[in-house]
Write a protein that binds this ligand. Structure first.
Ligand code: DP6
Length: 346
């Protein structure tokens, strides 16, 4: 990776950068790693980048700070300084980027999500993608989109690797670290699909994905899952190419059930669903019988993502609004990838 040599840092006015990164929803899930340190996944995964759920992060490297400071907020909690494992994960990524940018300055990081964290809307995807991009900008690093995707992956959030790009995205499991990056398959305007996210619970999940990834081999379905997801990816790629919504929907919904079956049958068992999740999944079947083209997927949390052609999204939203089950609805279309802004958070 080519770096810009940055000379006398104390004369630099500010090594500051701000990036806005989107979340994404996996149509086929990344679940299980073959290398923890390098965040190398067991399988390829395919996602859709979301237009409305984002993290904005400002990073400043400066010798006016005594130590790294990390503050995080979301739609339901104000920006607050974090310590412990949350901070450690951010500092690890700061260290990696400080090394690339040849600086020792401590950093201040302020990050804000416009949606609740840790509830299956992949907050780490947008968060680590925004953090990495803000550092790249602050330190004036030269990184190609592929290199940026790899740097983001090394932060430990695999799904963040995909959030660098807009539209429909494929993350290659690949054979080695330099080849395990994400790439855009199709731009956001290729196919007008929506993800109507139904927030049925805003509680932080009890088990992190990190823990879940480590358990996959304990499921009796482990090998079957890997074989299944390989075939699913072929089906998803064909459905995307042909813009065949039924094929896409059937493949992504079945994949969600296989992913959750694997999590449920791990040891210990991981059960991310709530009674409301199951109720919504039943409603989705009824809606389909009534002629609406809608399919469901869930990440490692209870909230349901309803994938539908945008032309049918309004009807879907007005239907689900009437369900007593839902706390909040986010209607996302397919979004752009990471972008930079001068509107710093501090
Ligand atoms: C189920 O380790 O990328 O969402 O955002 O913390 O859950 P978290 O991070 P990560 O695991 C993602 C697991 C998944 C599937 C996916 O997004 O591919």
């Amino acid at each position: 990776m080519a770096n810009n040599k940055i000379g006398n840092r104390s004369e630099e006015p500010a090594l500051k950068g701000t990036a806005v990164a989107p979340s994404n929803i996996a149509l086929s899930k990344y679940w299980g790693k073959r290398n923890d340190e390098l965040t190398l996944p067991l399988n390829d995964s395919i996602s859709m980048t979301l237009s409305e759920v984002k993290t904005v992060t400002t990073v400043e490297f400066s010798n006016k700070y005594q130590e790294d400071v990390v503050a995080i907020g979301d739609s339901s909690s104000p920006i607050t300084q974090v310590e412990g494992s949350k901070k450690k994960r951010v500092v690890k990524q700061l260290n990696r980027l400080r090394k690339a940018g040849e600086t020792n300055f401590p950093a201040k990081v302020v990050s804000k999500n416009n949606f609740p964290m840790g509830t299956g809307i992949a907050s780490s995807a947008s968060a680590f993608s925004a953090l990495t991009a803000a550092c790249i900008q602050a330190l004036n690093l030269k990184a190609s989109p592929q290199e940026q995707s790899i740097l983001t992956r090394l932060a430990g959030s695999g799904s963040a690797t995909r959030s660098v790009f807009g539209g429909f995205v494929l993350w290659h499991a690949a054979d080695n670290s330099d080849e395990s990056y994400a790439e855009q398959l199709y731009s956001p305007d290729y196919w007008d699909l929506s993800d109507v996210i139904l927030v049925v619970s805003e509680e932080e999940k009890k088990h992190s994905s990190l823990f879940g990834h480590s358990l996959i081999k304990t499921s009796p379905f482990f090998k079957a899952r890997l074989e299944f997801v390989r075939k699913t990816n072929e089906q998803l790629l064909a459905a995307l190419e042909n813009k065949d919504f039924k094929a896409l929907g059937e493949a992504l919904e079945r994949e969600m059930f296989v992913f959750h079956s694997t999590a449920m049958t791990s040891q210990p068992s991981l059960l991310y669903w709530s009674p409301k999740t199951i109720e919504v999944l039943k409603q989705v079947r009824q809606l389909r019988q009534g002629g609406l083209e809608v399919y469901a997927t869930l990440d490692a949390g209870p909230n349901v993502h309803l994938i539908t052609p945008t032309g049918q999204a309004e009807k879907l939203v007005s239907y689900v609004k009437n369900l007593k089950l839902v706390n909040k609805i986010y209607h996302c279309r397919i979004g752009e990838g990471v972008r930079y802004t001068n509107q710093h958070l501090f």
